[in-house]
Design a protein around this ligand. Structure first.
Ligand SMILES: Nc1nc2c(c(=O)[nH]1)N[C@H]1C(S)=C(S)[C@@H](COP(=O)(O)O)O[C@H]1N2
Ligand SMILES: [Mo]
Length: 228
């Protein structure tokens, strides 16, 4: 632990400096905090100690990755597989997803650990559209959403995955989803806590059972509905 893939771990001096900046953010208000939060993104992704979570950020984004740094994918290297118990397994390129009907809505992003970000605009393809196109078989019960970080996954029941507010998100704030937010493609589920929204989405597998994923194996509820 401690060493990042590029070499140096986040040092004590950096962390102490950031704590000072965080205090400044509290005084200066949310504009500065948003800027700080973006500045911290690459450090948070490489900070396995969690020290940067001590910085008081207010209602701004944290940037989570259970695997540390993730190798980026772009329009040429990205692919999304829809697999498992379906009549029509399909692999989508980014352009294929962009060509499908898009749903846009604004919603509060809520992490189960307590932080939230109000009024986040999302645009994406409804997961139910992709499932309809794939045609789940009668044996289908669950949907597993995997990440190209190679580790993260999350399950929903087929019914939960078909809800109106579950999207395969291509844009946030009117721009392509950034790498730090799990781009080029991530899940967003409006009714559920953030851990149900797989970043760096690479596969949607329709399954016969609704199995626990990464955080559910570590104690988070299998039904991730906000407020339950
Ligand atoms: N691949 C992957 N997806 C993930 C996570 C992660 O660590 N890895 N963290 C989850 C959790 S707990 C939250 S709150 C959100 C955070 O999204 P953000 O990093 O865009 O703020 O991503 C979710 N999806
Ligand atoms: Mo979270």
């Amino acid at each position: 632990m401690g060493a990042d893939p590029d070499g140096a771990p986040v040092g004590r001096r950096v962390v102490l400096g950031l704590l000072g900046l965080g205090a400044l953010g509290v005084v200066a208000g949310s504009k500065v905090q948003q800027g700080l939060s973006e500045l911290l993104a690459p450090i948070q992704l490489r900070d396995p100690t969690g020290f940067t979570s001590l910085v008081p950020l207010g209602n701004t984004w944290r940037y989570y990755s259970v695997t540390g740094a993730v190798a980026p994918r772009d329009a040429t290297s990205y692919a999304l597989k829809v697999s498992g118990l379906v009549e029509r397994p399909t692999t989508y390129a980014l352009a294929d997803l962009e060509a499908l009907p898009q749903l846009s809505f604004t919603d509060t992003f809520q992490c189960v650990t307590g932080w939230h970000v109000p009024d986040v605009p999302w645009t994406g393809v409804r997961l139910s559209d992709l499932l309809d196109r794939a045609a789940p078989t009668d044996a289908a019960v669950g949907v597993r959403m995997r990440s190209f970080d190679g580790v993260y996954s999350v399950n929903m029941t087929l019914d939960q995955a078909r809800a109106d507010d579950v999207v395969v998100a291509l844009a946030m704030y009117g721009k392509p989803v950034t790498h730090d937010h799990g781009g080029p493609v991530r899940i967003y589920s409006g009714s559920m806590y953030g851990y149900k929204s797989t970043k760096w989405l690479s596969e949607i597998e329709v399954t016969a059972t609704n199995d626990p994923g990464y955080w559910e194996d570590r104690g988070y509820p299998l039904d991730g509905f906000i407020g339950e």
